[in-house]
Every structure is written in structure tokens, then in C-alpha cells.
Design a protein around this ligand. Structure first.
Ligand code: GLV
Length: 384
């Protein structure tokens, strides 16, 4: 659509089209949202170095991630409840990512199941795993991802307990939403959303319901994580996952060089420098501010990726200049999904692509592997 010229446009449109409980689930951070804000503020402190009169006529924004070609240094992050931003949201987002030539990650806490998505798309996608107390169930999820030919497993390591997001509690976040007096008008004024969800494949947590007894009644993310997620999770469990998963393994949620070194020892193929989009430890530093030290510590041994606050192609350039090989995005594509389904996700990816292309041109860069700290105007900021 013509009027979407930035990720901010998609956000504003999603806010109009998606019921408040789900829009606010996506955009919120935990507690005082200090870390959520730091992710953005610290990115904006990085200034790019403008270069002129360099031949940039052969620009190529493609790269490789985990040895595979990707059209951009960009991946769609695992997001819970995507199918509540738009009916069949997981399938639509996966299709948009695959059409654009970048990876899509399906969340454990998705609405469409692994099998639903596998049946609806042409190429392999990635699966994100939470480790729950019931290790038999965890094993069965890994087996289902293997059977669905998922090409990488993204193990989230920063959510053994859930950081509180005040709005989820106030909104009574549930899947499917309970229609109550105070949200009836909200839902009634979102007819396109209601239509898409009413005719979607599912309206519950597709990977859970029907697979383990009692999970039919799982409605709330917070309730489920409090009961089922395992606070005893440790590096030993990563070794166990490594032993039952035959493919590429990615550790998501590393924010400290020491943990990054431990991650490399597990044989992980990539780590994602992340504070879970400012949704977990409030008061933690921004992801971007921890990237240089983590990239220095392990960048030569494993792929280092980043998420948290990436909203533009300019931000992609900033993260790459500081040592990320690629970035995951969450909210930008969620907003696209809410604003326009598959076309909205495609638009979000296209916005990143065009912005990165122009940014490469104006910084005098032709290829992704040329990007480095020399592209920063004032070097790495001191964020302390
Ligand atoms: C789950 O991963 C969440 O951040 O809500």
C-alpha cells in the first residue's frame, strides 16, 4: 500500500487494526521499559560515516547465514501469538519471508502449529524452542521440528521466568481473547481482524493443544510459562538439546561475553545478542551496547547476530558495523502483519531492504562483508 513508507507507518496502522490486547502484547517491554527504550536510544547514538564519490553501482545486500544464502542480513525472530495479530499469522509471515529470501522462525508459543506451517509453505523454516519442565514434551517438539524438516533450532535461553509486562495483566491477555465488557467495543471495531481470526486454522496455542493432556485449556502465556517453564535450566540442558537435535543450533538471549564463550563451547552455530526486545530483565543494557564486546570475544568462532530495537536499514548497518553478521527483527514485522497480513510483512522486509541499499550507497559500501567499524563516524559510542 502506498501510504506505508516506514516501519512507523506499519505500527500506526497495526494499532488501528489489531485489538489492543495483542497490539500491546507486541509493543510492550517489561516493568519500567528502561531496557526497551535503551535498545532504541543506544542505536541512535551510533553515527554512520558518510562517504562520497565512491562507485557504488554494484551494490549487493545479500549475505550468508549459517552457510546459506540470504537476500538480506535479516531474519524474522520467533514471536508468540502471531496468529492473534492476524488469522494464520505464522503462515503469512513465513510466506512473506520465504518470498523475500530470508529465514522465518516459528515460536513454540505460536498459534499455527509446526505441522500447519510446514504444510502451507514451500521451503524449510526455523523452529524456536522453550525448554519446559516436561522434558518428554520438549523432546517431542524437537522431533516434530525434525519431522517438519525445520532447518535450524533457535533455543531461547533468557526466559526461564517471565518478565512482567504490566499491560498484559491489565488487558487480561488470553488466547483466544475473552470478550468482556471493556474490550467488546475494541474487538467489534476491528472487523478485518475478527474475520481473519474467525476463519483461521486455529485460535489456540497450536504446538501445545492436543499434544499433551491439559494443554487444551492453556490460554495465557504468563500462566503457562509460570507453571511449565523450567527455572533449573542450565548449560547441561543445552548439551542435551544439542544431542537430540541433528541440525544447526542457535542460542538466543545472550547478553554477556562470558555467556557467549560458554555458548561457543556447546558448539552452537550462532548466538543472538538479545535482551528479548526489552521484555525480560528490565535494567539490562541495550543489546547493541553489548554487541562489540561479545563480537570481540566470540565473533571469530561463531556467527554473532543481534536483535533489539532494529527498526530500519540504517539500524542494520549500525549493527553490522559493530560486529553482527545479521539481525533478527520482531516488532517491525509484527506491525506489518497486523497492518496488512502477508503484504504487510512483505512491506516491512522491503522497507529494510531499500533503506539498507540506500545506506550502503551513502556510506560507500558495495557488499555486506565490507561493513565494519570504519563505517562509523565517531567509532563505538561509550554507552555507560
Ligand atoms: C515471549 O517470548 C514474549 O516475549 O512474550
Amino acid at each position: 500500500m502506498k501510504h506505508w513508507t516506514s516501519i512507523e507507518d506499519l505500527r500506526l496502522d497495526a494499532r488501528r487494526k489489531v485489538p489492543r490486547m495483542f497490539y500491546e502484547y507486541a509493543m510492550s517491554g517489561s516493568y519500567n521499559e528502561e531496557t526497551l527504550r535503551a535498545n532504541r536510544a543506544d542505536l541512535e547514538k551510533i553515527k554512520l560515516r558518510q562517504r562520497v564519490l565512491v562507485d557504488v553501482s554494484g551494490r549487493d545486500p545479500s549475505t550468508t547465514v549459517l552457510g546459506e544464502r540470504a537476500a538480506l542480513p535479516l531474519m524474522l525472530a520467533p514471536i508468540g501469538l502471531l496468529g492473534m495479530q492476524h488469522g494464520n499469522g505464522e503462515i503469512l509471515a513465513c510466506r512473506a519471508a520465504q518470498a523475500a529470501g530470508i529465514p522465518f522462525t516459528l515460536s513454540t508459543m505460536s498459534v499455527c502449529s509446526i505441522e500447519d506451517v510446514a504444510a502451507a509453505v514451500d521451503k524449510p523454516f526455523w523452529f524456536q524452542l522453550y525448554v519446559m519442565r516436561d522434558r518428554g514434551f520438549v523432546r517431542s517438539l524437537v522431533e516434530r521440528a525434525t519431522a517438519a524438516q525445520c532447518s535450524a533450532l533457535v533455543l531461547t535461553v533468557d526466559l526461564q521466568v517471565l518478565g512482567q509486562r504490566h499491560r498484559d495483566i491489565k488487558n487480561g491477555l488470553s488466547v483466544p481473547p475473552k470478550i468482556r465488557f471493556n474490550n467488546a467495543i475494541d474487538v467489534a471495531t476491528k472487523p478485518r481482524w475478527a474475520w481473519s481470526v474467525a476463519f483461521a486454522k486455529r485460535r489456540t496455542f497450536g504446538n501445545l493443544a492436543g499434544h499433551v493432556k491439559g494443554m487444551e485449556s492453556v490460554k495465557s502465556l504468563a500462566g503457562w510459562t509460570n507453571e511449565q517453564f523450567d527455572p533449573s535450566l542450565s548449560w547441561k540442558d543445552v548439551d542435551w538439546i544439542r544431542s537430540i537435535w541433528p541440525g544447526k543450533l542457535i542460542l538466543k538471549g545472550i547478553l554477556d561475553p562470558e555467556d557467549a564463550r560458554a555458548g561457543v563451547k556447546t558448539g552452537a552455530d550462532a548466538i543472538v545478542v538479545s535482551n528479548h526486545g526489552g521484555r525480560q530483565l528490565d535494567g539490562a543494557p541495550s543489546s547493541i551496547s553489548m554487541l562489540p564486546s561479545i563480537a570481540d570475544a566470540v565473533g571469530s568462532e561463531t556467527e554473532v547476530w543481534l536483535d533489539g530495537g532494529i527498526r530500519s536499514g540504517q539500524d542494520l548497518m549500525r549493527a553490522l558495523a559493530l560486529g553482527a553478521r545479521a539481525c533478527m527483527i520482531g516488532r517491525p514485522f509484527v506491525y506489518g502483519l497486523g497492518a496488512g497480513g502477508q503484504a504487510g510483512v512483505a512491506k516491512a522486509i522491503d522497507i529494510f531492504k531499500k533503506e539498507l541499499d540506500v545506506t550502503m550507497a551513502l556510506t560507500g559500501v558495495q557488499r555486506i562483508d565490507q561493513i565494519g567499524r570504519q563505517n562509523l563516524a565517531f567509532g563505538v559510542p561509550d554507552w555507560r
